[in-house]
Design a binder for this molecule. Structure first.
Ligand code: GDP
Ligand code: MG
Length: 449
């Protein structure tokens, strides 16, 4: 192997544990990112505490520098909290499945009712919407409009339509409307019932009472707490109030199309322990998706670039490739030019890491190793090897003067570059053969040395 390759591996070798200084520096950055994302302060405190603990006992990775490793732990913890309880809708054994929506006014319940109905309809269900928000006169009309758009029927009280069995007189008791809605769903064989309820601008005893009365009347299979992602620091108290007042089985986060960084997701998930099931991302009925914990984690961290780089760095030291190489060595097989290229490319994959060196504290040896590495060199090597015929790659000895000129021309290099590559390759091959005979190589990552 080339000297450079060897020394890079040596620099990146596993060494003990992360230092407290490295961890604390990165945890400080993370705390700032979480507060920026409007994660509730107590949640930030307990979360970073847990991350610090875990980082202190983590083995140092061969592929990542300390800061990256802490970020990786943070990301994993975030995904675990956001998705720890991820599950799909709990469908009733005896339909209809009853889904009750609860949340503050303006959270997006009515809109969500339509989205959920459309989503379930597209999966072959036959939902019925129930307008149990009788607080505002136009709430019923709003749900009817939404139902029409989704192509899903709505059970509602309606002043001008007293004769139909779909309706109840306006001013009716929401609990009675909900009960009638359930009876109607049974008669008409709707397999899902989605019940829209009234909200208030703030947490309010009467609101909680009404929601819990409807809950008692229907015995829902799911109670979804709908919360606006823009709510910020209030997420914790609101979620807690609904948890205590009504109780819920799952969370839906709305208005994620806005510029909220999604801190509410972490606050609600960590305080209530309830799964976030869906995300609403716009006013249109189709702007709705199953919740993705990993996407939310990188939104909250706002370190998408860094997460991508970490992934690349780990790929660059892909354990599978390392093992393959070790197997090859053990079986005494020759290193091929293709293998050689793969090794160089692994180093290149680590190249973009250079970009983030300035972004995080705790950079060390990795920077040096990468500074010594010229990405253009890998491009050149790749071009040369790609310009060889399969026979030439298998048996480089057959490369004579005219072949060399052809390869150089094909790869936009000089014949001397081709020669240099072949010499380096020859050296690497000899070294591999020696290692195969025993001894191993110092400074290789686990599985390679
Ligand atoms: P409710 O009071 O809980 O029933 O809330 P609504 O469903 O009436 O929604 C309140 C407002 O938020 C309406 O103007 C909706 O169009 C809007 N809205 C609901 N969900 C979303 C969303 O995911 N993104 C955006 N941008 N607006 C939304
Ligand atoms: Mg509403």
């Amino acid at each position: 192997l080339s000297d450079r390759l060897t020394s890079t591996f040596k620099n990146l070798r596993t060494k003990g544990r992360l230092s407290e200084a490295d961890i604390d520096a990165t945890v400080r950055e993370i705390r700032r990112a979480l507060l920026d994302a409007d994660v509730a302060v107590p949640v930030v405190r307990s979360f970073t505490g847990a991350v610090r603990e875990r980082a202190l006992s983590a083995e140092v990775s061969g592929a990542l520098n300390p800061a990256q490793q802490v970020v990786k732990i943070v990301n994993e913890e975030l995904v675990a909290i956001l998705g720890g309880q991820t599950r799909t809708l709990n469908l009733a054994k005896n339909p209809p499945t009853v889904i009750l929506l609860a949340g503050l006014q303006g959270a997006g319940k009515t809109t969500l009712a339509g989205k959920l109905a459309l989503h379930l309809k597209s999966q072959g269900h036959t939902p019925l919407l129930v307008a149990a928000d009788l607080q505002r006169p136009n709430a019923v009309t709003q749900l009817q409009v939404v139902g029409e758009r989704a192509g899903v029927p709505v059970f509602a009280p309606h002043p001008g339509n007293q004769g139909s069995d779909d309706v109840m007189p306006l001013g009716a008791d929401p609990v009675a409307v909900a009960r009638e809605g359930l009876a109607t769903a049974k008669v008409r064989l709707h397999d899902v019932l989605i019940v829209d309820t009234a909200g208030r601008l703030g947490v309010d005893a009467e609101l909680m009472q009404q929601a819990s009365d409807i809950r008692d009347a229907l015995d829902p299979d799911e109670i979804l707490f709908v919360i606006d992602a823009m709510i910020g620091q209030d997420a914790v108290t609101t979620a807690q109030a609904f948890q205590d007042g009504v109780g819920f089985t799952g969370v839906v986060l709305t208005k994620l199309d806005g510029d909220a960084r999604g801190g509410a997701a972490l606050s609600v998930a960590s305080v209530t322990g309830k799964p976030i099931m869906y995300a609403s991302t716009g006013e249109k009925l189709t702007e709705f998706e199953v919740f993705h914990p990993d996407r939310m984690a990188s939104r909250i961290l706002d370190m998408g670039d860094i997460l991508t780089l970490i992934e690349q760095a780990e790929k660059a030291f892909d354990a599978g490739q390392a093992e393959e190489m070790a197997d090859k060595l053990a079986s005494g097989q020759d290193l091929t030019l293709e293998d050689f290229l793969t090794q160089m490319q692994q180093l290149r994959n680590a190249g973009p890491l250079k970009k983030m060196m300035g972004m995080l504290p705790g950079m060390g040896q990795m920077r040096e190793a990468l500074d010594n590495f010229d990405e253009r060199e890998v491009d050149r090597i790749e071009a040369i090897i790609r310009s060889m015929t399969p026979a030439e790659r298998r048996t480089p000895k057959i490369i004579n003067g005219s072949r060399r000129s052809r390869i150089a021309a094909g790869s936009g290099t000089r014949p001397s570059d081709v020669n240099q590559l072949l010499e380096r390759f020859d050296g690497a091959q000899k070294m591999m053969k020696q290692m195969a005979k025993g001894g191993g190589m110092p400074g290789m990552p686990p599985g390679m040395g």
